[in-house]
Design a protein around this ligand. Structure first.
Ligand SMILES: Nc1ncnc2c1ncn2[C@@H]1O[C@H](COP(=O)(O)OP(=O)(O)OP(=O)(O)O)[C@@H](O)[C@H]1O
Ligand SMILES: [Mg+2]
Length: 612
């Protein structure tokens, strides 16, 4: 049975409104298509957006989302000019909060490509598949598909050979696409973005808790070591982000990311304010790099000024200028006061190899061998081996909650490619918190808690995927007492938890005993663990996939089972932890997105000490 698919969400704008939309070229190259399609997916409330490209997007761009989808009537309207669900009146143009507002993107794309659109709303029993070629709808049919929308753009500019000739190589066009995806990922850290090129995974940014986590995912730990946090607050205006510390300015200007109300833009007011803030800190020929997010009352921002939505205009630019300048200046001054004088050698320290689109920031787009990491360690890592006895001496509270866990997936930063036989020389422990070691030719400073947490998590997760998390019975079952609502939550999920190796038995209405735990977890405070798990379990009802549910639970187990900061560790234990970490492929963040390690290559050490 086909349900009635009444649309009505999308309407064609009256002339009085459409004539006020900034006119001009919307689609210039494959990356513009990707940007527009991602904008649409974000406006549709998607949590996972997958972008596939072939030949730099010239042959194919496919964007798939899990957003609200469209009814058939709306889908048919969507490819007409000025048909939009986001704006109705002239008044609406004054406080735009969606990415789209012109009703121009799909018709513009459809007029220069062969476009397929497959869409279903959650309430529909069957979806709609449309084909549009050179702007004309050539077929409409019913097709079953998951809720959400998939837009496929084939043979861009096939009917405008002049434009096609203008395109650059597939690599160059793809690098523009990477940039667009990275900008979108920065703008919306709570959304999972994936990008493939010719079927090879290139970028994967699972959802994270904070903008800082997202910056870390994109630009890597090394970048984070070289930036200062920026924060500024005024009524109706907020600035946050990071800016490079004065000792690490660059000769190039990338990245200089600006987001206004989560929209990536170029804006001279903001750029100027940043440069002014740096003036005395900026040696000649050098530039700051920064990623700044401004939140401005939407009525103070005009987004309808550039046909490709790349610019915005503020109604009070002087005020914005002042706030940004001050927000940047404060951490710079603090840093300079705290630190020693200028280094004499020019330190182009942010540059490295491997980035597709950002002038070489480390760990952005390194080639990967799939999500499971390099083959070298895949075969080796079998059983759970790590079992340090753990005393909980110091723990700084419950870690950040894992958001949209399955989106976060197992990999939050690209893995380093490592070869077999990397020798580990343990050099010691600092402040009972950080492990120092030489691994291969590199110096590593590793956070003992997060590294262990990630190793445990990897092994638990693998155990779960393989349906075998070995459990170990406790010699003395541990009693726990819970608040009534917590007891109800736990009671409902006991059988699920037992599949994870955690055997908990009810013992009266609010009491339970822990009988067994996953055997790779050492001793821990089970009461605290169960409390963490209850927080995770309370959210289960709102999570639709089993991965999303299990991820935070395993993350909590790993966190509580991991060695804590403050515990002295023997060289043998350090070696064991690092061995395990290497085996797991050097993951650089814990399951909550916190950093695991800093590493210094031999080259870098030479440079720091003036030997390069
Ligand atoms: N991925 C999607 N999921 C759900 N609805 C969509 C999606 N893509 C487009 N639409 C619907 O189609 C309409 C037309 O999309 P289109 O991108 O052409 O215009 P717009 O987003 O309204 O404005 P703009 O031209 O500024 O992007 C949207 O207003 C929206 O209602
Ligand atoms: Mg749009």
């Amino acid at each position: 049975m086909v349900t009635e698919q009444t649309g009505g969400k999308i309407q064609v704008l009256p002339k009085s409104v459409s004539s006020r939309i900034a006119a001009g070229e919307v689609i210039e190259r494959p990356a513009s298509v990707v940007k527009e399609l991602i904008d649409n997916s974000l406006d549709a409330g998607s949590t996972v957006i997958t972008i596939e490209a072939r030949d730099g997007g010239k042959r194919l761009i496919r964007v798939t989302d899990d957003g609200e989808g469209m009814a058939r009537a709306d889908a048919q309207l969507a490819c007409q000019r000025f048909a939009t669900s986001k704006v109705r009146t002239e008044q609406d143009l004054l406080g735009i909060t969606t990415y789209g507002f012109r009703g121009e993107a799909l018709p513009s794309i459809a007029s220069v490509s062969k476009l397929g659109l497959l869409t279903t709303r959650r309430e529909d029993q069957v979806g709609t598949y449309l084909v549009v070629s050179g702007g004309e709808v050539s077929s409409v049919e019913s097709r079953a598909t998951a809720p959400g929308t998939q837009v496929e753009v084939n043979d861009l500019f096939f009917n405008t050979p002049g434009r096609q000739k203008f395109l650059k190589s597939a690599t160059t066009e793809f690098s523009h696409i990477c940039h667009v995806v990275q900008q979108a990922a920065l703008a919306r850290h709570g959304t999972h973005f994936r990008l493939t090129h010719n079927d090879h995974p290139v970028l994967d940014y699972p959802a994270v808790m904070t903008k800082t986590d997202r910056i870390l995912q994109l630009y890597g730990a090394r970048f984070m070591d070289r930036v200062l946090q920026v924060r500024g607050d005024q009524p109706g205006l907020r600035v946050e982000g990071v800016t490079v510390n004065p000792y690490h300015t660059r000769t190039s200007r990338t990245p200089q990311d600006i987001f206004v109300n989560n929209r990536p833009v170029k804006n001279s007011t903001i750029s100027h304010a940043v440069y002014e803030a740096y003036t005395s800190f900026l040696p000649k020929g050098r530039h700051p790099v920064f990623t700044l997010f401004l939140e401005v009352d939407p009525v103070q921002v005009d987004v309808n000024v550039h046909p490709a939505k790349r610019e915005v205009k503020f109604s009070t630019p002087e005020r914005i200028h002042g706030v940004v300048k001050e927000a940047i200046r404060r951490p710079l001054q603090k840093k300079v006061v705290e630190s020693h004088p200028w280094p004499t050698s020019a330190d182009e320290s942010l540059s490295s190899k491997g980035s597709v689109s950002h002038g070489g920031l480390e760990a952005t787009v390194q080639p990967r061998e799939g999500l499971l990491g390099p083959r070298g360690w895949q075969e080796k890592r079998s059983g759970a081996s790590f079992g340090l006895p753990v005393q909980s001496q110091f723990y700084p509270g419950k870690p950040d909650k894992v958001v949209a866990p399955s989106e976060m997936s197992r990999e939050t930063t690209p893995l380093y490619c490592i070869e077999d036989g990397h020798a580990i020389t343990v050099l010691g422990q600092v402040n009972r918190t950080f492990l120092i070691a030489q691994i291969g030719a590199e110096l590593h400073v590793v956070d003992q808690h997060t590294v262990h947490e990630r190793v445990l998590f990897e092994r638990l997760w693998r155990g779960w995927l393989e349906k075998s998390i070995p459990a170990q019975a406790l010699l003395i079952p541990e009693p726990i007492e819970l608040q009534p609502h917590a007891a109800v939550v736990l009671q409902e999920q006991l059988s699920e938890l037992s599949k994870l190796g955690l055997e908990i038995e009810p013992f009266g209405s609010r009491s339970f005993v822990v009988r067994s735990i996953p055997s790779i977890l050492g001793q821990m405070d089970y009461g605290v663990l169960v409390q963490d798990l209850i927080d995770d379990l309370s959210e289960w009802k709102s999570l639709d996939s089993i991965e999303k549910r299990i991820h935070p639970v395993l993350a909590s187990m790993a966190c509580r089972g991991a060695v804590q900061a403050g515990r002295a560790m023997s060289d043998l234990e350090i070696k064991q932890i690092l061995d395990d970490w290497v085996q797991e492929g050097f993951p650089m963040t814990c399951p909550h997105g916190r950093r695991v390690a800093m590493r210094f290559s031999a080259d870098e050490l030479n440079r720091i000490f003036g030997r390069a």
